[in-house]
Design a protein around this ligand. Structure first.
Ligand SMILES: NC(=O)c1ccc[n+]([C@@H]2O[C@H](COP(=O)([O-])OP(=O)(O)OC[C@H]3O[C@@H](n4cnc5c(N)ncnc54)[C@H](OP(=O)(O)O)[C@@H]3O)[C@@H](O)[C@H]2O)c1
Length: 174
């Protein structure tokens, strides 16, 4: 029995963009606060490029970085050479800290790899059309059920308004 939820957490523009030139194509304080709340006290799995764009380990979370470079290391992180190994390590660390959810925080390459094993997606829809070079594919409505949504109105530190959607993978009939 698998009692651990594997979740992707991603912010996506109306036209499917998640990144530009190695960074985020917007400034969204409301979404960063939501991200912090949803990932706190859990293992987070990320690609090496996303780790380097953040620039430091995120506090209060087990930082697991996926890289094919066996020599890559940085203070405050664990590294794994595949997404599968990262999820295995994340399960162990989650159990150790009593968490029931593993958060996959990107980027595009790591989302693609983890997509098939994800149970849940926290998707912040950024209400803007932006240019970018990293994308998140549209969800198949037959596969994913929207279980909640919450408006994140545009505050003074937000470039755009956004909405946080939660999608759970539809259970297959036995
Ligand atoms: N909007 C959002 O919610 C969001 C979230 C996160 C990131 N982003 C954006 O997305 C962009 C980064 O995404 P990205 O796709 O370029 O990079 P990424 O997924 O963050 O990192 C890619 C790197 O991770 C390692 N990697 C990926 N898959 C692997 C695998 N299966 N096995 C072993 N190593 C693997 C490789 O590292 P090595 O090259 O070291 O081998 C690869 O070059 C940035 O613009 C970032 O700001 C957006």
């Amino acid at each position: 029995m698998n009692d651990m939820t594997v979740s992707l957490i991603v912010a996506v523009s109306e036209n499917g963009v998640i990144g530009r030139a190695g960074g985020l194509p917007w400034r969204l304080s409301s979404d960063l606060k939501t991200f912090r709340r949803l990932t706190m006290d859990k293992p987070i799995v990320m690609g090496r490029k996303t780790f380097q764009s953040i620039g430091k380990p995120l506090d209060g979370r087990d930082n697991i970085v996926v890289t094919r470079d066996p020599t890559f290391e940085a203070p405050g992180i664990s590294t794994c050479e595949s997404v599968a190994d990262a999820l295995t390590l994340a399960r162990v660390l989650a159990k150790t800290r009593g968490a029931e959810e593993i958060m996959v925080i990107g980027g595009a390459e790591v989302y693609e790899r983890a997509f098939s094993v994800a149970d849940r997606i926290y998707l912040t829809r950024v209400h803007a059309e932006v240019e970018g070079d990293r994308h998140f594919a549209p969800l198949d409505a037959a596969e994913w059920r929207e279980t909640s949504r919450e408006a994140l109105p545009q505050g003074p530190k937000d470039d755009h308004a956004s909405t946080l959607f939660v999608y759970d993978r539809q259970k297959q009939d036995a």
